[in-house]
Write a protein that binds this ligand. Structure first.
Ligand code: ADP
Length: 458
């Protein structure tokens, strides 16, 4: 949940959707593990709750707090394995055990504190086991909704891991790996409604190529499967009031230039008036890493500047980009920051002229939406949610960015070169692009209406 426990877009979705639901008069509580490396702000110890794991009832401390005005329940596990004291959100060898433990403990906490939710909204495989467990533990009247943020990650495991939380194996057998069980598949089968984060991605995952082995399951359950485009939290992501920017600005304001200068300064770029192409991303193969590097080179060649903010959970990739950063250390037109830095992300959206998102696949993508709101023009590969949100100025009126179809260097050049040329030669059109993007509504208002329909659907 952004901004405290954030790895990628899922965190933004949990914050943005919760805040909009609250705004529209609904009652929301977000249940999170108590990760040892995260500061949740002021929180209060409210109960001790036992939960079952591997034949023993384990103690958990339940804490309550508020994150950006959203009530949160935080579960601190006292199991011998200390599942959430690992200094990281994901990426442990026993991730499946960790989140199975959490799923069971979360439901147990709701039950034992007398909460009777109308809706249990689960996110990704990490919470998907709550769908079959909810049936078993007696949440009879709760509607269970599962949102799939990325079908690449499914939570594969063996029978023993499921037995530790008394999860039935029926229906969870993986379709292509005998003897393996699939938590996301269990979520799809047992949830009342299943959502993925854009209409285009919803179509893509129904195909053999895009479904990563779950297309058959999704097709069998297509009557309850929907694509709902993510929004962004427009209060959190507001260039006029953003406390992480050196200066706030509105659409059409020349103050945006000050953010560009601040970005050049922070990233040690020369302060010439060149177009800046930004990129804010997890560095994983899905994001088109070769194309990101190509964009860097091509941008410099075309007289622009390039900034990358990204980090990788894969050590080899992190190392590869460290080397690239080292090789560019004397270049005044390119700069890389290979950590997670919330404040720098905001400055890149506010200070860059363009944002490149060359993903091989992209369930929704939020950076292109944030970029639009901050006046940076997206250059995207037409896939998943990128295809649903960015309209090429040469194909559509009104356009809001630059697109390419094939994830290769020619594709990138086609879109990038047009963007750089428009920036240089057609300042009036560029201004219009910025103002269209900044004034468009990408808030959670509409998507929340759609989720509310699904929460109450039969
Ligand atoms: P994904 O969920 O696949 O990571 P999205 O585009 O949906 O991709 O969401 C990415 C979110 O994570 C955005 O809010 C983006 O600003 C943020 N982000 C990605 N990398 C970093 C980083 N290194 N530092 C700060 N924020 C980051």
């Amino acid at each position: 949940m952004a901004p405290v426990a954030k790895v990628g877009g899922l965190a933004d979705v949990v914050l943005g959707l919760s805040r909009e639901l609250l705004k529209q008069g609904h009652c929301v509580e977000v249940v999170l593990p108590k990760y040892d490396h995260i500061n949740y702000g002021p929180i209060e110890r409210v109960a001790e709750v036992e939960s079952y794991y591997d034949e023993i009832w384990h103690k958990n401390t339940l804490w309550e707090g508020m994150i950006c005005d959203v009530p949160v329940l935080i579960i601190e596990d006292h199991s011998p394995k200390k599942f959430f004291s690992r200094g990281t959100v994901y990426g442990c060898v026993d991730d499946v055990d960790r989140f199975l433990y959490f799923s069971r403990a979360a439901l147990q906490c709701l039950l034992n504190t007398g909460r009777k939710p109308d809706v249990l909204h689960l996110h990704d495989w990490h919470a998907a086991a709550c769908a079959p467990l909810a049936n078993k533990l007696g949440f009879d009247s709760a509607k269970v909704i599962l949102t799939i943020h990325n079908i690449e990650h499914q939570g594969l495991t063996d029978r023993k891991a499921l037995e530790k939380v008394e999860l039935e194996t029926t229906g969870l057998e993986d379709d292509s790996r005998p003897g393996t069980f699939n938590l996301l598949k269990g979520g799809i089968i047992y949830a009342n409604q299943v959502v993925t984060v854009s209409p285009r991605y919803a179509q893509e995952v129904l195909t053999k190529e895009g479904g990563r082995g779950l297309d058959g399951t999704l097709r069998r359950h297509s009557h309850k499967f929907h694509g709902v485009l993510n929004g962004i939290d427009t209060t959190y992501w507001n260039p006029a009031t953003d406390p992480l920017l050196p200066i706030g600005f509105e659409s059409g304001s020349p103050k945006r230039k000050a953010c560009k200068r601040a970005l050049q300064q922070r990233m040690a770029l020369s302060d010439e008036d060149r177009p800046i192409v930004g990129c804010v991303t997890r560095l994983v193969p899905q994001k088109g890493l070769g194309l990101i590097k190509h964009t860097l080179k091509q941008t410099i060649k075309m007289g622009g500047q390039f900034v990358l903010l990204g980090s990788s959970p894969i050590p080899e990739i992190q190392h590869e980009f460290e080397q690239l950063r080292h090789s560019l250390r004397c270049n005044p037109h390119a700069s890389l920051c290979l950590h997670h830095r919330e404040d720098l992300a905001h400055l890149i959206f506010a200070g860059s002229d363009m944002l490149i998102v060359p993903s091989l696949f992209e369930p929704c993508g939020l950076t292109q939406l944030i970029a639009l709101r901050y006046g940076s023009i997206p250059i995207v590969r037409r896939t998943g949610g990128l295809a649903d949100t960015i309209r090429d100025i040469d194909d559509d009126t009104p356009g809001n960015g630059f697109c390419f179809d094939y994830p290769d260097t020619q594709g990138v050049n086609y879109a990038l070169n047009r963007a750089l040329k428009t920036w240089k030669k057609q300042p009036k059109i560029w201004k219009e692009l910025i103002s269209n993007g900044m004034n468009a509504d990408h808030s959670w208002k509409q998507p929340t209406q759609r989720y509310l329909q699904l929460y109450t659907a039969n």
